[in-house]
Design a binder for this molecule. Sequence first.
Ligand code: CUA
Length: 360
Amino acid sequence: MTGRSRQIVLVVASFVAVAFVSWLIFIAFDGAAIDKRMSTLNPLSDQAQSYHDVYVLVWWLSGAVFVVIMAATLILSIHYRERPGVEPRRDIHGNTRLEILWTIIPIVIVLIMVVPTFAAVLSVEGDAEEGALEVTATGHQWWFEFTYHDSDGNELFRTANEMHVPVEQAVNVSLVSNDVIHAFWVPALFGKKDMMPGHNNRLWFKSKPGTEGMHYGQCVEYCGDSHANMRFRIFVESAADYDAWVTNQIAKAKWSDDELVSAGREVFVAKACNSCHQVEYSKSDAPDWLVPPTVAAIGPNLSHLASRTTIASALLDRDESSLRAWLKNPPAIKPGSRMPNLELTDDEITKLIAMLDSLE
Ligand code: CUA
């Protein structure tokens, strides 16, 4: 093999080796094998798409820089290696043309990244177009409260840990906190934004057509013992399903005269559950002892708990065994939980579950 052809083989082999390693890294992060429910690589809104597009651009640019630099390092190391009988090359100092070139190239690369980055950030700032849905998301240690408003800004209802939105509808979300700093993030739908005490942050998003389904969210600012347990879900659904959900949430809680449910209501009051959790009953003559006149939002509003799929800030599916485990000892499931272990007996828990299951 001549020196020339050996050089060509060396260059090609170096590029192939580096490209192969890069490809391995790419497939590791591509998301083909990972759970896409919390992945930014599966954008389901225009806003998440604009972030994703910037990510892909930066990935390919960095990939190209990586391949070129690693290949050049390999080629030069092998070509100029020390060999017996070969005089080492002299060092070279100063080359104005080269220095100008390697200053301009990084500037151009940075500019190519900066312009779309700012465009993406600006596209999600401010408010959505007129007619957007208005929801306030409040961070609590450790759960999320969602307050829905009508077009005049009046409160319609409150729910917890599960937010519903109609597909292809712009949604403005006001982000506030009741205690420490939390952050709000649904990777498939929007970038994360802080929930600050005493400061109102806003974000907006609009889901793409055909994205009906459940999307996972998570607090992403360390906020204490159960930060990692502070989860929520967004359900994107058809306009008809959404309207049905809203109609049910606006209605007051159904009153049931079932014996076990009535017994559950008595436990609910005897154990002072109603000093933290509001249940707004439809019965106009619901006894005063059941519904205190004002209740601070210490815990989630339970008026329609049975319409939710989860409990305990979306940590557990809402079923008999989870409710039982939760009511038995909340801090065992969510360390630091403000809901204490109330030392409930199995019988009291059975009654409470009957009551909670009646709150459709
Ligand atoms: Cu709330 Cu971390």
